[in-house]
Structure formats: structure tokens, C-alpha cells
Ligand binder design. Structure first.
Ligand SMILES: Nc1ncnc2c1ncn2[C@@H]1O[C@H](COP(=O)(O)OP(=O)(O)OP(=O)(O)O)[C@@H](O)[C@H]1O
Length: 285
């Protein structure tokens, strides 16, 4: 039985008279402990999808379920990591994690809570930066802190909305490996949004493209059967990896050009202007 499910989901923003339909009839099933990468173009509705899975938004039609129950509200069982970190700037690394842990495990004794938080600080290699404020951290360190905080809440499901998009290529690949290592140690169901085909192929069990909006839905899926652990240095010479990467890229290019052909040329109302005709010359003294 699927663990996370979207069934014929439609969702739009704005009033009925001027509705922008983001998702239309979108269906997706994610198995327990599966790592699914959703890949799509900018503005296609990826963050909206995460908001629906997190219970921050409710669908206009269709249903969103977790363990066969409708998702109605956000909760500690669903850990979200947004692209903009959403850290509290006045709390230290330790403080940011501790606050989240206190909310989920209010009865955990103080000493144990300290050790528990330290474990997650170490896990994301922030050891020694415990007392720094977010403003004193680099972008990559903030991403790590945001990840540690999400993981420390022990959510059943991890919803990662372009978690590494703000990073340079080198830091990005280090964090990709860290997320995979943590996921392999402590398996959770993961839905990760990305716009990077390589990232999706290296990290996921399955890649599900979101078709370009408006009225986006899920396109052809790609299973990633490359054995784990996946070593990026050797993958570059792996024919299956290269083939899959090309197939996903080709498919994305194809759906993008199809959507452009299908989108009607807007019938723009033109202003009702009269051309100015030159009048008699007037001499100004
Ligand atoms: N709160 C909102 N109110 C109105 N329109 C919105 C709102 N949030 C998003 N949209 C619109 O819905 C569409 C999908 O937005 P969404 O952020 O889900 O896309 P995305 O694929 O995550 O984009 P990106 O990759 O650029 O982050 C966009 O056209 C966006 O302008």
C-alpha cells in the first residue's frame, strides 16, 4: 500500500473569477522508505505540491493521504526543509535545533536533550559551531543546520523543497552525499524537489517529472536502479547512469516544447487609441 498518496489532485490560487490552476488531476504514490525526486521547471507547482503534502494547503479536488489517512494539517510527522532555511536568527545552532526538539519531545530531560541535539549537530558536520548564530554561518552551514533541525524532529516523512538550490556545486555535492548517508542510516520516506537531473539520478529511487504549468500533472516516471552507495566519480563512467540522465533530460525538453506548442497565443485586448494627426503649424513668439 502506498504511504504517501495524491489522488486526482487539483489546486489553484486566487478567486474563482481569476483562478490560476497550478495542479490538475495530479496523482502520485510514494512507498514507505522510498526516496522520490520530483523534477520540474520553474513555476510548475513544485513548492505547491510540497505545501499540499505537508498539509499547509488543502486540495480543491481529489485527496492527499499519508498512511491511508487524509493529510489535513502540518505536524511533526512531516518534516519540511524549505530552500530559504527558515531559521530563527536570534537562536544559536544548538538553540534552533533544541527549540524544534522541545516541541516534538516536550518530556525529554534537559541533559538528554542536549546530547540528542549534539548528535544531530555532529551528523551534519557542524561540530564546533554550536554557539554560532545563523548570521555567522555560511549558506552551506545554514542548509546543514536546517537539515539537522528537520531530522532531529524524527519525522515519518521528509519533504525537501529544493534543499540545496542555493549552494555552489561543490558544497551541493557534499550535502547530497550527507543526505543520502543519513537516509541510508535512518530510512524515512523522502520526497525531494529539485530542478537538477544529476541530483535526482544520484539521490533518488524514482524520478517523477512535473509537467510545465499551468494545470501541471505528473509525467512519465523513471526508476533509478543504480546500486547504492552511488559514487559520483565512478558514475560518470557508468553507461546506465549516462543513459538514464539523457532519457530524463530528453523527456523534460520534449514536454517543455509540447507545452509551448499547446499554450494558446494570448488574445491581447488593444487600447482604443486614435492616431494623432498633425494640425496647423503654430508659431510661438
Ligand atoms: N500564494 C500564491 N498566490 C498566488 N499564486 C501563487 C502563490 N504561490 C504560488 N503561486 C503561483 O503558482 C505557480 C506555481 O508556484 P510554485 O511556487 O508552486 O512553483 P515552483 O515550481 O515551486 O516554482 P520555482 O521552481 O520557481 O520555485 C506559480 O505560477 C506561482 O506564481
Amino acid at each position: 500500500m502506498p504511504y504517501l498518496e495524491l489522488e486526482n489532485v487539483s489546486f489553484g490560487y486566487g478567486p474563482a473569477s481569476n483562478r490560476y490552476e497550478v495542479l490538475k488531476d495530479a496523482s502520485l504514490s510514494v512507498e514507505e522508505n522510498e526516496f522520490v525526486a520530483i523534477i520540474g521547471f520553474s513555476g510548475s507547482g513544485k513548492s505547491t505540491l510540497i505545501s499540499l503534502l505537508a498539509g499547509l494547503e488543502r486540495p480543491d479536488a481529489g485527496s492527499v493521504r499519508m498512511a491511508a489517512r487524509p493529510i489535513k494539517a502540518p505536524g511533526p510527522d512531516k518534516g519540511i526543509m524549505f530552500q530559504n532555511y527558515s531559521l530563527l536568527p536570534w537562536l544559536t545552532v544548538q538553540g534552533n535545533i533544541e527549540l524544534a526538539v522541545k516541541q516534538v519531545f516536550p518530556d525529554m530531560p534537559r541533559g538528554e536533550r542536549r546530547r540528542y541535539c549534539q548528535h544531530y549537530i555532529d551528523l551534519v558536520s557542524l561540530t564546533g559551531s554550536d554557539w554560532k548564530l545563523p548570521g555567522e554561518l555560511s549558506g552551506g552551514m545554514r542548509q546543514r543546520l536546517s537539515l539537522a533541525r528537520t531530522l532531529a524532529m524524527k519525522p515519518e516523512v521528509l519533504l525537501l523543497d529544493e534543499p540545496l538550490s542555493a549552494l555552489d556545486a561543490l558544497t551541493r555535492s557534499v550535502l547530497q552525499d550527507e543526505i543520502i548517508r543519513i537516509w541510508e542510516e535512518d530510512r524515512r520516506t523522502v520526497v525531494m524537489i529539485t530542478n537538477d537531473v544529476d541530483e535526482a539520478v544520484i539521490m533518488a529511487d524514482r524520478i517523477v517529472p512535473l509537467t510545465p504549468g499551468p494545470a501541471a500533472s505528473f509525467g512519465k516516471e523513471f526508476a533509478v536502479s543504480l546500486p547504492r552507495p552511488r559514487d559520483r566519480a565512478t558514475l560518470n563512467f557508468n553507461e546506465d547512469y549516462k543513459h538514464l540522465r539523457n532519457e530524463v533530460t530528453k523527456y523534460l525538453i520534449q514536454v517543455n516544447s509540447e507545452s509551448k506548442e499547446l499554450s494558446p497565443v494570448a488574445d491581447l485586448p488593444l487600447p482604443d487609441l486614435q492616431p494623432i494627426t498633425p494640425g496647423p503649424r503654430v508659431a510661438i513668439a
